[in-house]
Write a protein that binds this ligand. Structure first.
Ligand SMILES: [Zn+2]
Ligand SMILES: [Zn+2]
Length: 106
């Protein structure tokens, strides 16, 4: 029972609650952030069947009162190192798609 699970938002494992779902995944709740997400204990790549995957947490934001964005939840997607390696930072190269968000590092 000691999978290394941390909250993708606050990176704490103190306030996590896990609820097994019917399909074998686990729904996790971080009570510190009041967010929930689902985790597949053994995700595999649908393309190559490999299990060498990395996590891509997608924060779901929603505009609340005023201009503050509040976190509604986190949807964890998986990427495959073989089929979908994480975006490599190429300087001066062509990029075929732009990330959804800007890092603000430019
Ligand atoms: Zn949290
Ligand atoms: Zn793959």
């Amino acid at each position: 029972m000691s999978l290394e699970i941390i909250c993708p938002r606050c990176e704490s494992d103190d306030d996590l609650r896990g609820t097994p779902l019917d399909d074998g995944r686990i729904q996790l709740t971080c009570e510190a952030c009041s967010i929930t997400w689902e985790r597949d204990p053994r995700p595999t790549c649908p393309t190559c069947g490999g299990d060498d995957l990395y996590h891509v947490p997608q924060v779901i934001l929603e505009k609340s009162r005023g201009s503050q964005m509040s976190v509604q939840g986190i949807h964890v997607e998986y990427g495959c190192w073989s089929c979908n390696p994480p975006e490599v930072k190429v300087r001066g190269g062509r990029t075929h798609h732009l990330p959804d968000r800007l890092d603000g590092s430019q």
